[in-house]
Design a protein around this ligand. Structure first.
Ligand SMILES: [Zn+2]
Length: 390
């Protein structure tokens, strides 16, 4: 090819690439890496490593600011702990919380009835009583029979009286697996459940709810799937459309549930699995003033879009609470580093969540305070105040 033809072709390819970007913000623009390039027909002389083996050390030299301890005391509204917890277990737990500046855990392994009474009694009797509170739950039982909603609402009333500050975590089996007595799937927005949501509104008890799972869990498991490794590792995270509702079906039911109960406060766990599409979550916040969210187990999505996520956290600073989900003390510092610093291209801790690196959002102190504890204190006025700046 003459130089002029090469340039003309390059210009065409460039124009096509720009057109693709304009049409589809995600996906196709990255296909450039997959197009035939000079030398693409070469075969590696060494065996090609698998995706778990190839972990090159980064040669990037940039400032590093690890954050072992959060800048402000933190409320983790999404913890999973024994209920009831023994004093020995509690002591071990608190010892692991202190160096992280984790001041208060919400046990979102919710329990109900006698077990709730016992769990709260154990916390209240402890010398660490200001370090954990307990949520209630909804026991779905075998199948949902007519009158279930009324009975569950009555139980919630008793659980609130016993001291539960919230309901949750309502797990993803609600929507994916809970069945009605006629064998059909219990939809999230089934009117049978309205008494529960209305009772929660009247008692001012927020509902902490996990719906569906990352969208890729509902997609074909192939090499274009971002979560291929996780799906290969965990059979119970695969939701083929032959056996499960689609991701959008569940989101639709969820959004109708939230909208139909505007006086009920809902906290959608894991940023509603929209941390990879913050504009969508922002639209939900705009449309639903009763909606809040929590950041558990989606750090990989925030850390790969530090500028967009920073702006989102500024804009919706009153709607986002800190939560971690699985309690692994050595994983919290990754959260602190993403939220607090402007560090670039640093490691994440779980290869099956993400094969990419993280970047810091560099959130300003007033926003960090809201995220770490102020929003939770506002939403749950009965939380212990000890340990938080007044
Ligand atoms: Zn959870």
């Amino acid at each position: 090819m003459t130089t002029r033809r090469v340039l003309a072709v390059a210009a065409l390819v460039g124009a096509a690439a720009i057109a693709t970007i304009a049409q589809a913000p995600q996906g196709p623009q990255s296909q450039g890496a997959l197009q035939q390039r000079p030398g693409a027909d070469r075969t590696p002389e060494f065996p090609v490593p698998n995706i778990r083996e190839y972990k090159p050390h980064s040669t990037l030299v940039v400032p590093q600011h690890p954050v072992p301890r959060a800048k402000f005391p933190v409320i983790d509204i999404h913890s999973h702990q024994p209920a009831p917890i023994s004093e020995q277990q509690f002591e071990t737990l608190v010892k692991s919380m202190d160096p992280l500046n984790l001041q208060l855990l919400v046990n979102a392994s919710g329990v109900s009835g006698d077990r709730l009474v016992q769990s709260i009694a154990a916390l209240k009797a402890s010398k660490y009583k200001d370090r954990m509170v307990q949520f209630a739950t909804i026991n779905w039982g075998q199948t949902i029979t007519p009158g279930f909603g009324e009975r569950a609402a009555k139980q919630l009333e008793a659980d609130a009286k016993a001291g539960a500050l919230g309901v949750g975590e309502i797990m993803k089996n609600f929507g994916l697996r809970v069945k009605k007595s006629d064998g059909s799937r219990l939809k999230l927005d089934d009117p049978e459940l309205d008494p529960i949501w209305q009772t929660a509104a009247r008692l001012n008890i927020p509902i902490f709810i996990h719906t569906a799972d990352p969208q890729e869990f509902f997609q074909p498991i192939n090499l274009a799937n971002e979560r291929w490794l996780e799906l290969a590792l965990y059979p119970d995270r695969r939701y083929p459309s032959s056996q499960f509702p689609t991701w959008e079906e569940l989101n639709g039911e969820r959004d109708r549930l939230f909208k139909r109960n505007p006086k009920t406060t809902f906290i959608t766990a894991h940023m509603g699995w929209h941390a990879n599409d913050l504009a969508r979550l922002g639209k939900m916040f705009d449309e639903m003033p009763n909606l809040y969210t929590e950041v558990g187990a989606i750090l990989y999505d925030l850390g790969r879009q530090p500028r967009a996520a920073h702006d989102f956290f500024i804009k919706y600073q009153d709607r986002i609470l800190f939560g971690k989900d699985s309690y692994q003390p050595d994983e919290f510092p990754y959260y602190w580093r993403v939220f607090e610093t402007n560090d670039e291209y640093f490691d994440y801790y779980r290869d099956y969540h993400a094969f990419w690196k993280l970047y810091g959002l560099g959130l300003p102190d007033p926003v960090l305070r809201k995220l770490y504890y102020q929003n939770a204190l506002k939403l749950f006025p009965a939380l212990p105040r000890a340990g938080f700046p007044q």
